[in-house]
Design a protein. Structure first.
Length: 246
């Protein structure tokens, strides 16, 4: 972890959920992971993790972090007008059906940003990224973030007590999109809880019952605009966000 101490303090997070052409998701992931993580890192951003959504066989989801909004504009301009994207954009764009489902987020608290983990070691982690990542997405009514967070704190603590590590607690970032070539959602306020489970057994025996109870209890408080969305994410081979032994 000492080797990545300089990779921290990403205050702007994009949760990007792409729809890929039927049957092409594995190819898209292979291209993405081959060409882009180091390109973002060299520019000062970071691909924090990339995943396959279980309930949607055509969904490729990834998290990108920037130091701040100014850095977002600078990095995106350098990347999307730069040589790496220009070389590979036709191949990637031909595989994408939709890339506009993007949440622009920030850490809710100073220490609740997305966990920055070391890059997958190609020698020691020959099987690639392991574990299961979960994202619980809450659509909040206006100005209820602090109240909701207080009411949800015991539930999030229960997730961690059950062995699911918190990997981020994020909320919608209220800021003008300063790189409009990449749209972001403007459909309201969201809070996103991210966690990492060791395996499916841990999810099924411990996490799912807690998540079901949380959805019922938090919806009953009248602070949500709709039922929470639970997204189960299998890490792609090179995803930084994954299960690592402590």
């Amino acid at each position: 972890m000492q080797n990545i101490s300089h990779l921290n303090d990403f205050q702007v997070i994009e949760l990007r959920r792409y729809q890929i052409k039927d049957g092409a998701r594995a190819n898209f992931a292979a291209y993405f992971e081959s060409f882009f993580p180091e390109a973002f890192q060299q520019l000062g951003a970071l691909a924090l993790g990339q995943f396959f959504e279980r309930k949607n066989p055509n969904a490729f989801t990834w998290l990108r972090g920037f130091k701040d909004m100014d850095a977002r504009a600078i990095v995106n301009s350098a990347f999307y007008y730069g040589p790496v994207w220009k070389e590979h954009r036709t191949t990637l764009n031909d595989l994408i059906v939709d890339s506009d489902n993007v949440m622009l987020l920030r850490p809710l608290h100073q220490n609740s940003g997305v966990s920055t983990l070391p890059a997958v070691d190609p020698v020691c982690e020959t099987q690639g990224a392991q574990g299961v990542v979960v994202a619980q997405i809450f659509a909040l009514k206006a100005d209820d973030v602090k109240l909701f967070a207080r009411q949800a704190a015991s539930i999030f603590a229960a997730y961690q007590a059950a062995g699911v590590r918190q990997a981020g607690l994020l909320v919608t970032l209220d800021a003008k999109n300063n790189f409009p070539q990449l749209p972001v959602r403007t459909d309201g306020l969201y809070l996103v809880w991210l966690g990492i489970a060791k395996d499916d057994q841990q999810l099924e025996s411990k996490f799912y019952p807690l998540a079901d109870r949380a959805a019922r209890e938090l919806a009953a408080d009248g602070l949500l605009r709709s039922a929470p969305e639970l997204v189960i994410l299998d890490p792609a081979k090179r995803s930084r966000l994954r299960w690592l032994a402590e």
